[in-house]
Ligand binder design. Sequence first.
Ligand code: SF4
Length: 403
Amino acid sequence: MENWSSDRKLAGSNGDWLERLSNALLPVSDWSDAIQDIVQRVADGVHLSLDDGVRLYEHPNLHEVGQLAHHVRTSRFGNHAYFNSNVHINQTNVCVLACRFCAFRRGPKADDAYSMDIQEYIVDLERYAPYVDEVHSVGGLHPDWDVAHYESLFKRVREEFPHVSIKALTAVEIKHLGQLSSIPTKEVLRRLHDAGLTSLPGGGAEILDDDVRSIICNGKESSEEYIRIHREAHELGIPSNCTMLFGTVESLAQRVQHMILLRELQSQTSGFQCFVPYPFLPDSSRLPQAQLATGSEVLRTIAVSRLMIPNIPHIKAYRMNIGDHVAELALQYGADDIDGTVQKESIMHLAGSTAPLDHDRTRLARIITDAGCQPVQRNTTYESFNVYVPPKPSPRRNLKMAQ
Ligand code: SF4
């Protein structure tokens, strides 16, 4: 599959992936008795229920759940693993909210509060622009920056760096801009799209359950508002990602229900490109009652999400959060996309991430090829793809392993 369609809905998938999947999974008697009915539904292209998702979480054989998810991933994408070359610029850490899990935000008077004006942002991006085709920008809810500020910023980015796509602003930032500018969120999105916004990142979904949200991020957008703002973006032709922050105070059923809500919106709009599940990192944050997630739980959550949300094409191993080692394994547990040559990132690193930021394409390709996959560089919106052929490994790295 080296001739990719530029169809945004397929987003790099094989057009006949459901048929391939069915052939790969049957007969169901090859699978454990406990999940044969689920395997049959996956093979039939039937959406799994809340109960199915919880059973997959509770199934004692983690490897089998991963194998099932891996079949979905390989039916869609073969052994390709997608990445892009981007830079994260977090424009300000000043935030009018104080979500309990957040290690990034600062009050406006804090010694280490910062707000990059447009010129500072451009100078920062200029250092990375020759190496990237996407800038990923999210930040705090600044008390003074309204929609006009971001229109000016995005126009300037597009003028100075026309090859750089702008993936920016989470749903709560869109809501905040609407409040500051006294306009509806759809109008915020329309104006920002006109100014050059390419897509929305999916941050801020946390768990789409208002009981959980009232504990971990009181004051942030509600579940309904998150879904509505992404729906509005999709209606305007702005694709988006969606996320899930797990391992705080939620139950397994609340995780699965979160996936179902995203799946339902996707059935109506087809606007989500990628689902990005990541665990809460405890070190510098403030949520002592968080349950935290183990490595196995991270892999299982990636696998369950691949199975619960088959209509969102890509599942990302977000190495900024889960680290390179788990991200590599995740490519065998349902993930097909891996965060790229990121260069710079603040939010996860302030929360305790130790994922390296200095990967060039060769180092990233090593992670991907060691997982038995072929690296494919993509653009922001998954419409153009190039197989990346890494240089041969040095003779010192010549251990023969089965792949
Ligand atoms: S998560 Fe976002 S909205 Fe919440 S405090 Fe942090 S920066 Fe502010």
